[in-house]
Design a protein around this ligand. Structure first.
Ligand code: SF4
Length: 236
């Protein structure tokens, strides 16, 4: 993939038309269109949350060679690493691991240990946002498994939208799905999922910044506990 090739930048009108056209379409239909329109400059990102597994289960049937970027921060739960390998083996998707320039040890030497507990924005920028921005650069369109009702920060997402920060098209094929619908799909299709969901976690990120949630709490309230932060910056 040549990062220097000029990116396709559809007009705002075209993006709005796509968003309207695909709002009520099936995941298969949305992905078939995305592949026809953008491949091979089409990419997906996933950290193998349940939503990601749902989208990957569709993508593997339509375009299994589509690159799937997984940001390996060095702080993942062992359960997430195990799931990644299970997804790779069972779904046969093309997972590409993206890593920060600095190892955790190098980051500790330069910024001090446990940067995540002192400046989570900087830690997320170094370990997630910047490495992913470089990895996304060669592509025109990006598939993500975001849901509108997962977080107030995601309420306004479109099934197709323009990501100004990355200057690329973003495709959210399950934007309108509820959490219940996602879990129904996982169970009825006997798909693998992160065992931490059975242990009280409702959204899974890096181990030092993720806690279990209690009944009545919002599903992303266990991320960056004690901070106002709800997003690492990747999806902003
Ligand atoms: S989620 Fe926490 S450990 Fe992971 S990159 Fe962000 S601050 Fe660092």
């Amino acid at each position: 993939m040549n990062a220097t090739m000029e990116r396709i930048s559809p007009s705002a009108g075209r993006i709005a038309r796509w968003a309207r056209e695909f709002e009520s379409e099936s995941v298969d239909r949305i992905l078939e269109w995305a592949v026809a329109e953008f491949a091979p400059r089409l990419v997906m990102t996933s950290n193998f949350g349940v939503e990601g597994v749902v989208v990957l289960d569709h993508l593997r049937r339509i375009a299994p060679a589509t690159p799937v970027l997984y940001v390996e921060t060095g702080y993942q739960f062992a359960e997430t690493d195990r799931l990644k390998e299970e997804v790779r083996a069972r779904l046969g998707v093309n997972i590409i691991e993206v890593r920060a320039e600095l190892s955790v040890e190098e980051q500790d030497r330069i910024y001090g240990e446990r940067l995540h507990s002192r400046d989570s924005d900087l830690c997320c920028r170094l370990r997630k946002v910047e490495p992913l921005a470089s990895a996304l650069a060669p592509y025109d369109a990006w598939i993500a498994a975001l849901r509108r009702d997962a977080s107030p920060t995601r309420e306004g997402i479109g099934v197709v939208e323009w990501n100004e920060r990355r200057r690329m098209v973003k495709i959210n094929p399950i934007a309108g799905w509820t959490r219940e619908r996602v879990w129904d799909y996982i169970f009825s299709n006997r798909l693998p999922y992160n065992s931490l969901y059975d242990d009280g976690f409702t959204s899974i990120g890096c181990a030092p910044c993720t806690r279990r949630t209690s009944a009545g709490e919002h599903e992303r309230s266990g991320r960056w506990d004690g901070e106002k932060k709800l997003e690492c910056g990747i999806h902003l």
